[in-house]
Design a protein around this ligand. Structure first.
Ligand code: NAD
Length: 361
């Protein structure tokens, strides 16, 4: 089991270190190799995704990724910005299917900004298409952009585009995932305004004919954004495009109490995957030792389940996280009155301890 470990920037290094400790606490043998990515790679090699990092990622069964980015790189020409590394990895490895489960742990019901009865027992799965849509559209409007900005330009544009095979394969992923859950898919689009998403809706409807046992409904993205906070439990599997999925999954993260709790998996058709927390590099708290490592630790659990065929070990990590939360330990983002504030490292070590204890018992 070869894992490429790419911590990246900001809190990326802090949270990945904890996830690596958790993986080492399992009685499994891994080959782990670390490489630079994002701003750290730009500083060392002049590129956010150096050839050596891409080579390592391609040669691994799975990638454990932290986060990339820092505001100090905002002036760089776009292809050199740290965020391009993650887009490059997705494109080069064909990681088209992004799974973002939003689960509200019972112990964190009080940490959400929504009423407890709305989110207690919440368990939804957002499936975001990851290698198409406006983030990869051609042509893109780049005018007079010497420093990543557009001094004196009159317009800028990006192009939204999806091909039939791109929509078909993500629709199949969603219907198959729904078969293992409550057999219900909501496809989110903006077909009332955008041609691309009328096409999306038509293709998803066609693919649905192969899954008569799964219920399908369609919802406009603006309505979905509203329903997610009004009545989130009415969703089960949500499938949508790259940009809408980006926004809705961040919104869904707050249903779970904090963006620091939301893991993600990005898979290609060979089940090779990149596993990362749904949040970014959080430059505002980087270096303070207060970031929540649980999204990354839970991403490592998804890695064991989806790419490394180690479901029992994935269960052990998830059980350990639940027991740590039940014991009242909280990083600052999920802290509430009556619970105990801990650092990033203390949270990681508590999960390790819970795993070790489960081995002994
Ligand atoms: P962010 O997700 O980094 O942070 C948003 C807010 O959530 C901040 O207040 C931050 O402190 C908080 N937060 C995030 N993760 C947390 C954690 N684990 N524990 C506690 N609090 C946490 O988003 P942003 O501020 O919009 O972006 C910062 C940088 O990250 C930008 O450069 C952006 O491009 C980049 N980014 C990278 C990725 C990625 O690597 N996949 C994803 C999103 C954003």
């Amino acid at each position: 089991m070869k894992i490429a470990v790419l911590p990246g920037d900001g809190i990326g290094t802090e949270i990945v270190a904890e996830a690596v400790k958790v993986l080492h606490a399992l009685d499994l043998k891994f080959e782990m190799e670390e490489a630079l990515v994002g701003g750290a790679a730009y500083e060392a090699h002049g590129h956010p995704l150096p050839e050596s990092t891409l080579k390592l990622a391609k040669a691994s069964d799975a990638i454990l990724f932290g986060a990339v980015g820092d505001w100090k790189y905002d002036k760089l020409d776009r292809p050199l910005r740290p965020e391009q590394a993650i887009l490059g990895l997705r494109k080069n490895l064909g990681l088209f299917a992004n799974f973002r489960p939003a689960i509200c742990y019972e112990q964190l019901v009080g940490a959400s900004s929504l009423k407890p009865e709305l989110i207690s027992g919440l368990d939804i799965l957002i499936i975001r298409e990851l290698t198409g849509d406006i983030y990869f559209g051609q042509p893109r409007g780049r005018r007079v952009a010497t420093d990543g900005h557009f001094p004196g330009a009159e317009e800028a544009f990006d192009t939204m585009r999806y091909s039939r095979p791109e929509i078909e394969r993500i629709a199949h992923v969603a219907f198959q995932a729904a078969r293992k859950r409550s057999k219900k898919v909501t496809s989110v689009d903006k077909s009332n305004v955008l041609e691309t998403f009328q096409f999306w809706k038509d293709v998803v409807t066609e693919v649905h004919k192969e899954y008569p046992d799964v219920a399908l409904d369609h919802m406009y993205v603006d309505n979905a954004a509203m329903q997610l906070v009004k009545e989130p439990k009415k969703f089960d599997v949500v499938v949508t495009g790259n940009m809408f999925g980006d926004i809705l999954s961040d919104e869904a993260s707050m249903l779970t109490g904090s963006i620091g709790m939301l893991p993600s998996a990005s898979l290609n058709s060979n089940n090779q995957g990149l596993y990362e927390p749904s949040h970014g590099s959080a430059p505002d708290i980087a270096g303070k030792g207060i970031a929540n490592p649980l999204a990354t630790i839970l991403s490592a659990a998804m890695m064991l389940r989806f790419s490394l065929n180690q479901a029992a070990s994935a269960d052990r990590i998830e059980t350990a996280v639940k027991s740590v939360l039940a014991s009242g330990l909280r990083t600052v983002d999920i802290w509430s009155e009556g619970t105990q504030k801990v650092s990033t490292r203390e949270m990681g070590e508590a999960v390790v301890k819970a795993i070790t204890k489960s081995t002994k018992s």
